[in-house]
Design a protein around this ligand. Structure first.
Ligand SMILES: N[C@@H](CCC(=O)N[C@@H](CS)C(=O)NCC(=O)O)C(=O)O
Length: 208
């Protein structure tokens, strides 16, 4: 299986975390976002959205990071990151947080990453204070929900590491350089430290 990715992309990291956790070998193919390679015809042929990650499993091409995470689990007998459909409630619990990540936490993270990190990296000028304020307001609204949820639990869904943890934590990989206002969220920070201590996190940390 090939993964078209970029090392600083949180959406790519999400897939790498799951593949590493499941011990699935992925051939990594760099799409250099800083050079605009995601908009070249070759990549648009793989993903008309012009984004990474994209998985190619022997000609089956799949985009959208959380769909790829679930596909990798469904291909792996005995895995524990996503309950089987026979455990409807367990699976729904994980899917709840995957959907929430897509709809709420990830857009807040992405806005701050764009303004406070990507703009500088790609020479597109200073952060726009209006957009940063919008990103911070979105961030606080969602971080508060996650922090409260994590006050009395170790992992986001169920009693073990699941796709919910990897999906959400990947969005925090650039929390420092993108200046996420994370300081007050003690439960969220403690959970992030637990994820960062996992072997899959250590083995997918990009080398700068
Ligand atoms: N919803 C998509 C989002 C993918 C996405 O936004 N990827 C970013 C990198 S983290 C990208 O390719 N950006 C390129 C661009 O916007 O030109 C997913 O979960 O895979």
């Amino acid at each position: 299986m090939k993964l078209y990715f970029h090392p600083m992309s949180g959406n790519s990291r999400r897939v790498l975390l799951v593949a590493t956790h499941l011990d699935l070998p992925l051939e990594r193919v760099l799409v250099d976002l800083t050079k605009g390679e995601q908009r070249l015809p070759a990549h648009l042929g793989r993903n008309p959205n012009g984004r990474v990650p994209v998985l190619d499993d022997d000609g089956f091409v799949l985009w959208e990071s959380r769909a790829i995470m679930q596909y990798l689990c469904d291909k792996t007998p005995g895995q524990t990151l996503l309950p089987p459909s026979s455990d409807a409630q367990g699976r729904a619990e994980v899917n709840r947080w995957l959907s929430w990540c897509t709809a709420h936490m990830a857009p807040a993270n992405a806005l701050l990453v764009q303004e406070n990190f990507v703009k500088g990296l790609t020479g597109r000028g200073a952060p726009d204070p209006v957009e940063v304020a919008r990103g911070e307001a979105l961030f606080h609204a969602s971080a508060k929900v996650l922090d409260t949820h994590l006050a009395d639990r170790t992992w986001v869904a169920l009693d073990r590491v699941t796709l919910a943890d990897y999906s959400l934590a990947a969005g925090f990989a650039l929390a420092g350089p993108a200046r996420f206002p994370i300081g007050d969220y003690v439960h969220l920070r403690a959970w992030l430290q637990r994820v960062e201590a996992l072997d899959a996190w250590q083995r997918t940390t990009p080398q700068r």
